[in-house]
Write a protein that binds this ligand. Structure first.
Ligand SMILES: C[S@@+](CC[C@H](N)C(=O)[O-])C[C@H]1O[C@@H](n2cnc3c(N)ncnc32)[C@H](O)[C@@H]1O
Length: 224
């Protein structure tokens, strides 16, 4: 399991059973994230796939906030799948589907996600994934977005970003250095770098929402 998800097992009290994990950052960012996502997801229907759902706490919160969407949480790691399942069973939202083990680097995501076909997703969500995984994961997420998003679908990412090659805050620079110590392939990405990935996938940056603690929610949609 990637290390930067701090103190994952801090508070298990709210889950009915199973190995629910708790990410302190979830409690700090959930309200701001719901507000940001509301700008693009409030009236939406169809399927949302979350890549790297981690503890599953965002999945439960967002499935509750956006009941028109069928929410598919996924993660690479078995202990995260177990945590997502524990929170999911606790939340009991009918639109929150069971967690699936999905490695973003899998060539064809439809071999893993039932019912996933070209242009079938309303939204693809990646929260705190692009900087806490190797760069090929970011490449795979944008490529998948280009393939699986509906015509007016959205790829939504959240995390810290550099702008014009510079960190936007000292705290982000320190975080970047700590990520790189953990894994040289991790790191705070530049907005221009992810825009390049978007362009390759025929997407463009459609919205940029300033978030607390010098983070950004970026929304990519089909270009042209
Ligand atoms: C920092 S955690 C963020 C978890 C959660 N989204 C959050 O914000 O609390 C990064 C997540 O990405 C997942 N991840 C890393 N590499 C991945 C890959 N190749 N495919 C799918 N998920 C991956 C990790 O297992 C982890 O759950």
């Amino acid at each position: 399991m990637p290390q930067p998800v701090e103190n994952f097992a801090k508070d298990l009290s709210q889950a009915k059973a199973g190995p629910a994990l708790d990410a302190p950052a979830f409690h700090r960012n959930k309200e701001a994230l719901v507000e940001a996502l509301s700008r693009h997801l409030s009236d939406e229907t169809g399927s949302l796939l979350e890549i790297g759902s981690g503890t599953g706490q965002h999945a439960c919160t967002f499935a509750g906030a956006f009941p028109g969407l069928t929410y598919h949480p996924t993660d690479l790691h078995d202990e995260h799948i177990a945590s997502i399942e524990a929170w999911r069973q606790s939340a009991e939202y009918p639109n929150l589907k069971p967690a699936t083990r999905l490695d973003a680097l899998t060539d064809d995501w439809s071999t893993v996600i039932p019912g996933l076909t070209s242009q079938s997703l309303t939204a693809l969500l990646a929260i705190n994934v692009i900087h806490i995984s190797p760069w090929p994961v970011a490449e795979a997420i944008f490529s998948a977005a280009g393939h699986y998003l509906k015509e007016d679908g959205a790829l939504i990412t959240y995390g810290p970003y550099k702008r014009n090659g510079e960190h936007t805050a000292e705290s982000n620079a320190k975080f970047d250095a700590s990520l790189k110590r953990l894994n040289p392939g991790f790191g705070v990405r530049d907005i221009a770098e992810v825009q390049d990935l978007a362009k390759r996938a025929h997407l463009e940056l459609a919205d940029e929402i300033a978030m607390p603690a010098n983070n950004l929610t970026l929304v990519f949609k089909r270009s042209g």
